[in-house]
Design a protein around this ligand. Structure first.
Ligand code: ADP
Ligand code: ASP
Ligand code: MG
Length: 406
C-alpha cells in the first residue's frame, strides 16, 4: 500500500491512512506500506537546496530531498503502534534498497527481502518504508526522481511477490485525462500497461513512468485508488495486460506536459553527419531530447528544431555554444519556453486510421497552431503555445468522445 503526499499531508490524514492499513491487517494480510513526504515538503526541500547552492552537489541534494519521507515513515509506524498494530519503519538504506549512483534519478538494482521478512516472521504486521530513496554502492543516499515513491512501491511488490500493489492518491483512479484540467474526464476501470506507460511518460503524473515499467515487467497487480473514500476490493483503476481489457476506445486518454521547451538551431549546414554531431553533443551534456524536426533546406542550410525539458534549456544552450565553434556552425539558437506538449494515447491506434487527422482538425477548429508533431505506434504528440494547453486537452477529450465508454 503506497500513500502519496496528499494522503499523508497531516497527522489526521496519516491516521486515516493507517486505519486503511489496519483493515488489511485485520483481514490477515502482512502489509508493506510505502509513504511519500507530506505534500509540499519535497518542493520546499528542493527549493532550499537551490537557494543554498545553485550548482549543487547532487549527492547532497539527495541527502536533503529524501528527508521528507523519513518523517512520514516514522509517523506512520507510530500511528499504527498507537492502534496496537505491530509496525516499524525502514529508511531506504536500512532495507537496504540498493540503487545506481545516478543521483536524483537513480534506478533500483536490488531489494533484499530477508531483513523485513524476518520481522514479519517475528509477528510484525506492517513494514513502513520511506519511499523515493535508496543507497548507492558508494554508501550515499540516492533518490529515484520526482514521483519516485510509486516506483518504490511497485519494486517492493515485485520483490516480495505481493498479492497487490495499491497506490492510494488524491484521485480515485486513472482518468481519461487529468480531472483537474477537464471536468469531463472519466475514470477508467482498467487501463493497459502500454497505455499507462505512454500517458505517464507524456506527463500524466498519477504514476511515475518507471513504476509502470516495473509493474509490466514483473506482472504486478497494480491498482490506483483514492485514500479519501471508503474502498471496495474492486475500486479504483486496475493497470493490467492488454488481454485483460474487454472493450476500449481507440484513444484511451489525453496527456499534457507544461515542462517543455522548443529549441531551434537556425541555419545549420545541411550535410551528412550534422544531426549526429548536434545530438551527440546534447546527449553528452545530459539533455533529454524528445521531439526533433528538420525544416526546409535552402541553399544548403536548414533549421533544426528539437524539444527538451525546460530545466535543461541552459544545459542545451551551453552544449550548442560549445559545439558551434568547431563543426555545426549555426547562426542562432532560439529557445521558446512558452510551449506545452499535448498527446493522445491508445493501443487502438495500431489498428485504426484517422486519429492524427482528427486530432489536427480538432486543434485547427480551435485556432491552435501546431509547432512540432511526433508519433509512435500508440500515441500522437504535438507541441503548441502553452496558453492553449487546457483548451487543447478539453477539445481533444470532446473530439474523441472520451467522456463516453466504448
Ligand atoms: P501523489 O502525491 O499521491 O503521488 P500525484 O500528485 O503525484 O499524487 O498524482 C496524482 C495527480 O495526478 C492527480 O491529482 C491528478 O491531478 C494528476 N493526473 C494527471 N493525469 C491524470 C490522469 N489521467 N488520471 C488521474 N490523475 C491524473
Ligand atoms: N516526495 C517525492 C516527490 O514529491 C516522491 C513522491 O512523492 O513520490 O517527488
Ligand atoms: Mg506522485
Amino acid at each position: 500500500m503506497k500513500f502519496g503526499g496528499t494522503s499523508v499531508a497531516t497527522l489526521d490524514r496519516i491516521r486515516r491512512a493507517a486505519k486503511r492499513v489496519g483493515v488489511e491487517v485485520a483481514k490477515g494480510h502482512d502489509v508493506i506500506v510505502i509513504v511519500s513526504a507530506m505534500s509540499g515538503k519535497t518542493n520546499e526541500l528542493v527549493g532550499w537546496v537551490g537557494e543554498t547552492s545553485p550548482l549543487y552537489d547532487a549527492r547532497e541534494y539527495d541527502a536533503v530531498v529524501s528527508s521528507g519521507e523519513n518523517v512520514t515513515a516514522g509517523l506512520m509506524a507510530l500511528t499504527l503502534q498507537e492502534m496496537d498494530v505491530p509496525a516499524r519503519s525502514w529508511q531506504g538504506w536500512q532495507v537496504p534498497l540498493r540503487t545506481t549512483s545516478a543521483h536524483s534519478a537513480a534506478r533500483i538494482e536490488e531489494i533484499p527481502t530477508d531483513n523485513i521478512s524476518a520481522k514479519f516472521a517475528e509477528g510484525m504486521k506492517v513494514a513502513v518504508v520511506a519511499g523515493f530513496q535508496g543507497v548507492s554502492a558508494e554508501g550515499r543516499i540516492t533518490t529515484l526522481g520526482r514521483g519516485g515513491s510509486d516506483t518504490t512501491a511497485v519494486a517492493f511488490a515485485a520483490a516480495f511477490e505481493a498479492e497487490r500493489c495499491d497506490i492510494y492518491t488524491d484521485v480515485d483512479g486513472v482518468y481519461t485525462t487529468d480531472p483537474r484540467v477537464s471536468p469531463k474526464a472519466r475514470k477508467l476501470d482498467r487501463i493497459a500497461f502500454e497505455e499507462m506507460l505512454e500517458l505517464a511518460s507524456l506527463g500524466a503524473k498519477v504514476l511515475q513512468t518507471r513504476s509502470v515499467e516495473l509493474a509490466m515487467r514483473y506482472s504486478v497487480r497494480l491498482r490506483v485508488l483514492s485514500s479519501f473514500e471508503e474502498q471496495s476490493d474492486d475500486a479504483g483503476t486496475l493497470v493490467c495486460a492488454e488481454e485483460d481489457i474487454v472493450e476500449s476506445n481507440v484513444v484511451a486518454g489525453v496527456a499534457y506536459s507544461r515542462d517543455e521547451a522548443k529549441m531551434t538551431l537556425v541555419s545549420v549546414a545541411d550535410r551528412p553527419g550534422i544531426a549526429a554531431t548536434i545530438f551527440s553533443a546534447l546527449s553528452d551534456a545530459g539533455v533529454n531530447v524528445d521531439m526533433i524536426v528538420q525544416n526546409i533546406s535552402e541553399e544548403g542550410r536548414t533549421d533544426m528544431t528539437f524539444s527538451c525539458p525546460t530545466d535543461q534549456v541552459a544545459r542545451a544552450e551551453a552544449a550548442m555554444a560549445e559545439a558551434n565553434g568547431n563543426i555545426i556552425n549555426f547562426a542562432e539558437l532560439i529557445a521558446d519556453t512558452d510551449v506545452a506538449k499535448v498527446s493522445v494515447v491508445g493501443i487502438g491506434m495500431r489498428s485504426h486510421t484517422g486519429v492524427a487527422a482528427k486530432m489536427f482538425q480538432c486543434l485547427s477548429n480551435e485556432g491552435i497552431n501546431i509547432k512540432v508533431i511526433t508519433t509512435s505506434e500508440i500515441k500522437i504528440s504535438v507541441l503548441i503555445d502553452r496558453k492553449y494547453m487546457e483548451l487543447a486537452v478539453q477539445a481533444l477529450h470532446d473530439a474523441f468522445e472520451l467522456d463516453k465508454a466504448a
